[in-house]
Design a protein around this ligand. Sequence first.
Ligand code: MG
Length: 348
Amino acid sequence: MARRTIREQTESIERETLHPHACLSSRSRGRARADGEDDIRTCFQRDRDRIIHSKAFRRLKQKTQVFLAPKGDHYRTRLTHVLEVAQIARTIARALRLNEDLTEAIALGHDLGHTPFGHAGEEVLDELHPGGFDHYKQSLRVVDVIEKDGRGLNLTHEVRDGILKHSKGRGMIMPEAEKERPATLEGQIVRIADIVAYLNHDLDDAIRAGVVQRTDVPDHIARVIGKSYAKRIDSMVRDVVQASLARDLSAVVLSGEMGAAIYALRDFMFQAVYENPVVRAELDKAKGILRSLYAYYLDNTEEAFRDVPIPRDTEKHRLVCDFIAGMTDQFALMTYEKLYFPQQWKVL
Ligand code: MG
């Protein structure tokens, strides 16, 4: 009998040790373009690696989470958000004996389509792009089309599904309708880990910024989720693990009590932080910058994209929208300055 590869051995370890409802890498529905198997890594490990090595992943380090280009080094960025989601999601996946590699790949890829200036950027592109704009659809577009000069990362079906269905805005944390939920339990973990991560770190940053005080969190919420940053993540993670096991892993869920506390915390965060006029003021200025950049690139498409390798049939609005969505905060500010600020004459 031929010797089995390391990847094949890893696949049997998955079969022997993971929960019967786990998504096994050997049962993946595969990629849009067949590209063979690696002899060391499973398909989901390769997807995680492709995401980490992508240009869009590196740009997350200079994209706003909530506070615009903050001077303090301890504020979250979109990159640290994604890393915290991956940490929380992997803890849950391992506790439930689900596929940690698939979970990690979805977590690291879920926000690749985020615009500069956080949700303010998303609102501008949604208003200007004729087809509308949603960051989760853009994340899929980044991995399917934009990366690698238009060839995309050619990820597996399961990772793509998890990326597309992670977002909930102000909707249900886990929708009742099966077709609206991520198809794998691993994708469902990321959907919950995303909100666990962002509510907690945004609250932590808002306290750091002096926008809210620790004691502002209403008592009925703090009683359920805990009073410190560490305690809150811990109680939410424990709740997901226990509530999902109590349902025999038919879905990844929160208990009724914790779910209600998280919805209440989300309402508190919208009112106290995300829609706080002081936080919004800078983001509204940033929206003006993106509107000007959009108009400029729409008027100067030929010249601006002359040397960029893009498929010939890419429509003008699509091209401008993709370009702006991909910008970091710093690149957008720098480009705006170059285009619209008079430059000082340099005398040699
Ligand atoms: Mg996210």
